[in-house]
Write a protein that binds this ligand. Structure first.
Ligand code: GLN
Length: 495
């Protein structure tokens, strides 16, 4: 007799389900030609951005589609951060990248470029009321915001005495300028001009248009079989007038003449061995460690103070106080820390500016505020649960000995509760330590950002990120050791 086994039935369902998913994922395109996964970072209008309905739009997107049609292949766009594109091409997780990527000699050592498809260059953007900066030479000792891993970032690095902060995307760097935290932004001229001309970026002017002359190319992995296909498609769209149409659509002018070859050969890099690479990166990463620790320690102190207060207030007999603390905890626990960081650093100054006040936040202050507010919500819950875990008889006994409610809390309840709070507080510190990496989005150069900056220069993502992970691991292991020692010590002392 066949017995029905629920477990076996569940397993078969899982196997069938998984196989279906895998088959769907690997499905072959039947509409003709290969499907190429093409990466783009859609934060660079008018080249690549998300339209009103969320679909990809822009000059590069139209061009890539035209190239694909001309060379008979299909395109599947994949959104990727700009600084992750070259590592992804190397790892062959994508087939090509079209993301206004300037063809540079350095990059051509790691990836292969198609023939140039656009002529651009860098421009300097400053606030409209700035009379001080008149050109590249007057950028010395100034604060400059750039997008990480771009030619603009490399140019800013060459300015003597400049304080360069790097952001994940060009709009964030421009927002930083608008908020008054930096003096200038070095970015691709067509993108900055588009933002200014469309009115999306107010109070900003562009000086020194085309500081450099650059050409964009479609990038593929070295020796990729798709490079010739893409070049063939590009040649066709240049010849059949499609390119001119797309250019006219986005730039309302006729395109300049482009070279049909790369300015230099697709050469090969002399690869540094992993050990030397790591030794070279270590000092920079260690500076990042110091910043990470500073951020975590300051934030945990504020978080502890705020969290204890909120946790105790939550036990109040006054209902509105309880409701307020509940709302605080719900808000900060229920929204992503990343969103909170963006709100505090970019959102607050922007809203104050709109109201006519000048208000800007220092990166460290913004990072500490965001991390402390967030961890205070978790700590409040730990404190509340710790206090509530002490048997009611304890406070009754204390009261019968004549202690008032403050003394009961201070001498009887809190010391016992604190011992129970140490393990969850330790966990909270470890989470906080790891969460500091999120502050990288506001250009704060802590450990993770330092790693990203190194990868943006040498494209050795695996080694560098592995090292960053190992350093975080060491930090958390050391912290958890310290916390368990503290716990033992408190037990011994009978605190
Ligand atoms: N053209 C610039 C570069 O290649 C910026 C590109 C971008 O941010 N998408 O570095």
């Amino acid at each position: 007799m066949i017995k029905f086994s629920f477990r076996r039935w569940l397993c078969s369902c899982l196997v069938v389900g998984l196989s279906c998913c895998l088959l769907a994922g690997c499905s072959v395109n039947v509409s003709g030609g290969k499907t190429l996964t093409v990466a783009t970072e859609p934060t660079f209008p008018p080249f690549e951005f998300q339209g009103k309905g969320g679909e990809l739009e822009g000059f590069s997107i139209d061009l890539m589609r035209a190239v694909a049609a001309a060379a008979n292949f299909q395109v599947e766009f994949q959104s990727l951060p700009f600084d992750g594109m070259i590592p992804a091409l190397q790892a062959k997780t994508i087939d090509a990248a079209i993301s206004s990527m300037t063809i540079t000699e350095e990059r051509a050592k790691t990836v292969a470029f198609s023939r140039p498809y656009f002529k651009a260059g860098l421009a300097i953007a400053i606030r409209a009321d700035n009379q001080d900066i008149t050109g590249f030479d007057s950028l010395q000792n100034k604060k400059i915001a750039v997008q990480i891993g771009t030619t603009g970032a490399a140019k800013a690095k060459s300015v003597t005495g400049a304080q360069v902060s790097s952001f994940d995307s060009a709009p964030l760097a421009l927002q930083e300028l608008q908020n008054g935290n930096v003096d200038a932004v070095i970015n691709d001229a067509p993108v900055t001009l588009y933002a200014v001309n469309t009115g999306n970026l107010q109070g900003i002017k562009v000086i020194q248009q085309l500081l450099t002359e650059e050409f964009y190319g479609i990038a593929t992995a070295k020796k990729s079989p798709y490079l010739s296909l893409i070049n063939q498609g590009l040649a066709t769209v240049f010849k059949d007038g499609n390119y001119q149409l797309i250019y006219q659509k986005w730039f309302k002018s006729t395109p300049p003449i482009l070279p049909d070859k790369l300015p230099f050969a697709n050469s090969k890099a002399d690869k540094l061995n992993s050990l030397s690479l790591l030794l070279q990166a270590l000092p920079t990463l260690l500076i990042g460690v110091l910043v990470t620790l500073q951020l975590a320690l300051i934030s945990v102190i504020f978080g502890l103070i705020g969290g204890s207060l909120i946790g105790i207030l939550h036990l109040s007999t006054i209902k509105p106080v309880r409701l307020l603390t509940r709302a605080y905890v719900d808000f900060f626990r229920g929204t992503p820390l990343l969103v909170q960081i963006f709100m505090i650093y970019f959102g607050l100054p922007a809203i104050f500016q709109e109201m006519g006040f000048t208000f800007s936040l220092n990166r460290l202050v913004a990072g500490v505020i965001a991390l402390s507010l967030n961890s205070a919500a978790y700590i409040a819950e730990i404190v509340r649960a710790g206090i509530q875990s002490i048997a009611i008889g304890q406070s009754e006994a204390a009261r019968s000995l004549g202690l008032n409610s403050f003394q009961t809390m201070r001498y009887v309840i809190f010391p016992q509760a604190f011992q129970r709070m140490i393990p969850p507080l330790g966990n909270e510190f470890i989470s906080l330590l790891k969460d500091t990496s999120l502050v990288a989005v506001i250009g704060f150069e802590e450990l993770f950002r330092k790693g990203q900056l190194i990868v943006a220069e040498n494209y050795r993502a695996f080694e560098i990120y592995a090292m960053v992970a190992v350093i975080y691991l060491c930090l958390t292991l050391v912290s958890s050791q310290a916390i368990s020692r503290l716990e033992k010590w408190m037990k011994l002392r009978g605190v």
